[in-house]
Write a protein that binds this ligand. Structure first.
Ligand SMILES: CC(C)=CCC/C(C)=C/CC/C(C)=C/CC/C(C)=C/COP(=O)(O)OP(=O)(O)O
Ligand SMILES: O=P(O)(O)OC[C@@H](O)CO
Ligand SMILES: [Mg+2]
Length: 235
């Protein structure tokens, strides 16, 4: 498999071409629904399908991704809440570290646990700094990771966290307001982070309208992730 996901994102970012990913939670759809889901995703012209959830039963992800691959050419990228969601049927893996938190389990332990599954894998592994921002809800990421999000008004901490991630060698920074967030990541926070990093920026959490999508792009997001609004057929 050609490892081109990261370079495609980097090239798009350089040319200010904006990218869209639809997030599918393997727990929330049945295998029978996949072909109609794919039709909706293709209609939206999504560039990527992210697959993951904060709580997904063991083994569910691999069947789900296998079925997706049978139905579409859109690259499938794992966005795992847990190492057990790693499957070789996907094209890529966001190798996340939760940089906003201080829980070693999500800074290094999960990554170590994933290694035996990655040794002979063809997945494109993409080092990603994952930063949770307060979106006004008790998000699943917050509950699972038992970490505090960065307050929306602490722009300095968000920027320093993102830049530290870049210095540590992360290739992408992901600003996450949490699935179903009431407040999306603010315009100022996105633009300040974007100004201070030279790697592509992913933004997600609570984006439900074309207007919010456009704003995230305008403020500096290179790739926007939409989950809940797609699940609820709002797009
Ligand atoms: C590198 C590997 C193998 C794992 C990384 C594990 C880490 C660090 C995860 C970060 C913390 C975390 C729990 C992230 C969850 C990311 C995710 C899939 C969010 C989307 O799921 P939600 O929509 O929030 O959850 P539900 O819909 O399941 O409630
Ligand atoms: O479900 P939504 O609110 O679109 O959030 C997407 C994603 O960023 C969550 O991890
Ligand atoms: Mg969700």
């Amino acid at each position: 498999m050609i490892k081109s996901i990261l370079s495609n994102i980097q090239n798009a970012s350089k040319k200010s071409q904006k990218l869209l990913a639809i997030l599918l939670d393997p727990d929330k759809s049945t295998l029978g629904e996949i072909s109609s889901i794919i039709k909706r995703i293709e209609k939206l012209n999504a560039d990527f399908i992210f697959v993951g959830g904060s709580f997904v039963e063991d083994g569910v992800t691999s069947n789900f991704v296998k079925k997706l691959k049978e139905n579409t050419e859109i690259p499938i990228i794992l966005f795992p809440g847990d190492y057990s969601q790693v499957t070789n049927y996907a094209d890529g893996l966001l190798f996340l570290s939760l940089l906003s938190g201080r829980n070693p389990e999500y800074l290094i332990e999960q990554q170590i646990k994933a290694v035996p599954f990655l040794k002979n894998s063809t997945l494109e592994i993409i080092p990603t700094g994952y930063i949770l921002i307060d979106g006004g809800t008790n998000s699943s990421v917050l509950k699972v990771s038992k970490t505090s999000p960065i307050p929306q008004n602490n722009i300095e901490l968000a920027v320093s966290t993102a830049v530290a991630g870049m210095y540590k060698g992360k290739q992408l920074i992901y600003l996450e307001a949490g699935s179903g967030a009431k407040q999306v990541v603010s315009a100022e926070l996105i633009s300040e982070v974007k100004k201070n990093i030279s790697i592509p920026l992913i933004v997600g959490g609570g984006i439900r309208s074309k207007e919010q999508l456009k704003n995230a792009y305008k403020n500096g997001a290179d790739l926007v992730v939409i989950g809940t609004a797609f699940e609820n057929n709002e797009l």
